[in-house]
Every structure is written in C-alpha cells, then in structure tokens.
Write a protein that binds this ligand. Sequence first.
Ligand code: NAD
Length: 492
Amino acid sequence: MPQAESGSAVPNSAATLFIDGAWVPATAGGTRDITSPADGSPVATVAEATSDDTEHAIAAARRAFDEGSWANTSAWERGDLLLRVSDILVRDREEFARAESLDTGKRLVESGYDMDDIAGCFRYFGKLAGTDAGKLVDTGSPDAISRVQYEPVGVCGMITPWNFPLLQVAWKVAPAIAAGDTFVLKPSELTPSTAILLMRALAEAGLPAGVGNLVLGTGAEVGSVLAEHPDIDLVSFTGGLHTGRTISAAAAPTVKKVALELGGKNPNIVFADADFETAVDYALTAVFLHSGQVCSAGARLIVQDEIHDALVDEIVRRAETIRLGGPFDEDAETGPLISDGHLRKVTDYVERSVAEGAVLRTGGRRPDGERYARGHFFLPTVLDEVQRGSFAVTEESFGPVLTVERFTDEDDAVRIANDTHYGLAGGVFTGDPAKAQRVANRMRHGTIWINDFHPYLPQAEWGGFKQSGIGRELGRAGLGEYQEPKHVYQNL
Ligand code: NAD
C-alpha cells in the first residue's frame, strides 16, 4: 500500500502562525486539515489565518524593520545567522524531509535531496552576505566623493507554491535575511509543514522577534493582503502565471516592487546526433520527476525527424515501466499529484489535447489497482504529433505529460523551442558542442541545460524570460532583489 506514515508532521498544530516571535493560533480559531496526496490519510491540522492575522504579522514586520535592533545588525552578523540555520537544517534533515514528503506525497529520498539544496541555499547566502557592501563612484572631482551602497528593501511579502514547498521558501527567506529585510511568509495552504519547521529553526538560530513572520492560509484571504498592503515594500511570488498576473495587478496601486517566478512550458531539443540512451534517460527524468510538478519540467520534447520514431518508441516503452507509489514506498520512482483538483486539471488537459489531434501513446488516465485508489495518481503520459501552437504545447499541464513535436534542422528546432509565451528553462541534446552552444545562445529561456536536465546552482541566477517571470532568484541578482541601491554624493 502506498501510504503516509501516521502521525502529525508538525510538533504543535494548534498554534502554527508565527507572529512577532510567538506561536499563535488564528484569531478566528480557524484550522485546516492537511491530508496525504498518496492515500488521503491525515497529516496535520494547522491554523488557518484570516486577513486580521495577516495585518498583525505585517505590523510586526514593519515594527521590526523601522524600530527594532535588526536595522543595526551588520551583514556579517546576518550571514552568521544564516550559516547557523544551515547547520540546523543539516541536523534536522530527516524530520524536515519526512514532513515535506507527508505534505506533498513526494518520495522521501527526493525530499532529502531537496533538504541538502535548502541547507546549501542558506549557506550560500550566509557566505554572500557582507561580501559586496557597494562601490565607490568616480565623481571626476577631487572635491567630492560618491558611493553606491546596498540597503534593504524593507518589509517583504512572500507567497510560495506547493511543489517544492521549502525550497521555494528558502530562495526568498535566505536572501531577505542577508539583505536585512523583514518578512511575512505565506506558503501554499496545501503544504505548510516545513515552513513551520523553518520558523522554528530561524528562532533557534537567533532571528529577532518580528523579523520573520509566518501566516498560513489561502491566497484569497492572506496572499491578497500581502499583495495589496501599503506596508509591504516588495511582494515576491512563486506560482502560476494566472496568479502572478492577479498579484501584479493587486500590487500596482501601491507601486511596490514585484518579483515573479512563474510557470514554464519547457522545450527539450534532441538532435539526431545525440547519444541515444542519454537522451532517453534525461527526457524521462526531465518530465516525470515529481510527476511533472516541476516548473522547469521538460514537458515539450522537440525531436529531429530522423530519430523521432525510435526515440519516442523507447520513451513510451520506458514510461510504461515507471513505478508509482507513496512517499515511503521504497520501490516507487515517482509519486502522486498534489490534489484531486490538480488530478482533474491534468486529466482535462490530456482530453483536450487529444480532442485537438494529439496522439495518445501511453498513459492519459489514473493507474489501475487498489493501491492507487485513494491517492491522486496519474500515469506517465506521452502525447505524440502535437500541432504547433496548439493547446497541448502552449499550456502548462504541471503533470506527468510529455508532448512530442518534430523538427527538421537547427533553425527549425530553435523556432519551435521559442514559440511559447513562457521562457523558464530548456534542454539541448547533441553530440556537437558547437551546435549546442549556438542553440543555447538562441533559446529565449532563463536556464539552458546541455546534455543534462534540471541541475541548478545557488550561485547561478534562476528565473524566467517572457511570461515566466520578473526578476531572478539565487545568485548575486537573487540577493539584489531584496536590496535598494542608494547613491550618496558628498561635496567636500
Ligand atoms: P498558485 O499560483 O495556484 O499558488 C501559488 C501561491 O499563491 C499559493 O500560496 C497560493 O495560496 C497563492 N495565491 C493564490 N491565489 C492568490 C491571490 N489571488 N493572491 C495572492 N496569493 C495567491 O500555484 P501552485 O499551483 O501552488 O504552483 C504551481 C505553479 O507554480 C506552476 O505554474 C509552476 O510552474 C509554478 N512554479 C514556478 C517556479 C519557478 O521557479 N518559476 C517554481 C515552482 C512553481
């Protein structure tokens, strides 16, 4: 049976909002039950905040920024704090990974790898903090000095999704602390557990009261307040394109800064001269990792005509051998979708694609068998011969669905890969390094992998071209999102 381990994912489920340094329940007394996507079993009961709780949290973050001792900390001190957080995450790796797997249904081993990356993210920003205080600027005059210094933006609202719950949180919280900001975090209402554990770790590492606040609840009740509120200086959002547009519009009247990490419909180009086995292996993990619930999933296979049949046949054969299961099933290779609603969305996506002419080669439905009956499982799916510009290649399914398009030559491959309003990531498989570089340079996407798929580095910027987002996370630019450059000119 694919099933979640029993027990609560979080230590204290009655009071799981963290506001002004204290664990509190929702003022209206609301709670939400979290259930396992793998089998529907109870995982945790957490507080469900209202807009009033959100107002309290914003006020606490505002006070901590304007009046507290936080403003007087040096970047080095804040960096040390982040390094302590990283150590706590390493120490508590198994507890965090288990909570993440219970909430998401993701395999425990994958949650463990995510924890390594999350600890690495805190370590990276811990070491980056204070290394770049600003710059001297040549005034052209011996009677004047001029410098540009980096100051915190202020109070940040952070809104994050459910697919990599703590990783997406870490990419915002770590640079915000490094920069000297304060924040109110709203994780996805479906996967709150590891955000709760992180607040515990931040408090243990010495984050002052009010600097980091956690409000659990829905986008409509909590997220919208963060987007609109005049006391929020920056709203940093990761999630779907439609929600990103709504948040942008809600933020506009207060002209707050907006950082958006949105979806992707990511091309994976395979040339005929690619190593066949390598291309097959990566094409499968590119799209079926975490059941396709990855913003950078390689969901569009763009394959050169002469190897189309052989490559797709082999991908279909291998896709049919992928074992589905719950987070603690040791033989599982991929897990369930996050919710019943998402399962319906992916099912509708496949049905509409087929109605528009796509050829369903495998999958397209829930797996048979009692072991999958209570979870949100969906079979690895391959849709061949999809038409350019059709629904199947333009819309994100965010599920385990690979679409296949053919190309003739290099120009054709680039044209197809760029024919999307998204621009998050893409892959190129070829045995010709010069061709790989030419194609990578012409692809309008924020990350390009050559003969690989999915690796990212905390020191390399992550983000989208076109409608995949605004701004960057990770890297020096990821810290810059949380800073305001200030020019100070002095006439001597
Ligand atoms: P979503 O947009 O439905 O929700 C994301 C967050 O926004 C949640 O916390 C939700 O409660 C909140 N929200 C919803 N409506 C809101 C509103 N009106 N105002 C304020 N907040 C609101 O996305 P999801 O389904 O949780 O995540 C999947 C999406 O996230 C996919 O499109 C995926 O591509 C994208 N994603 C992008 C990246 C990236 O790095 N670019 C990473 C992970 C996920």
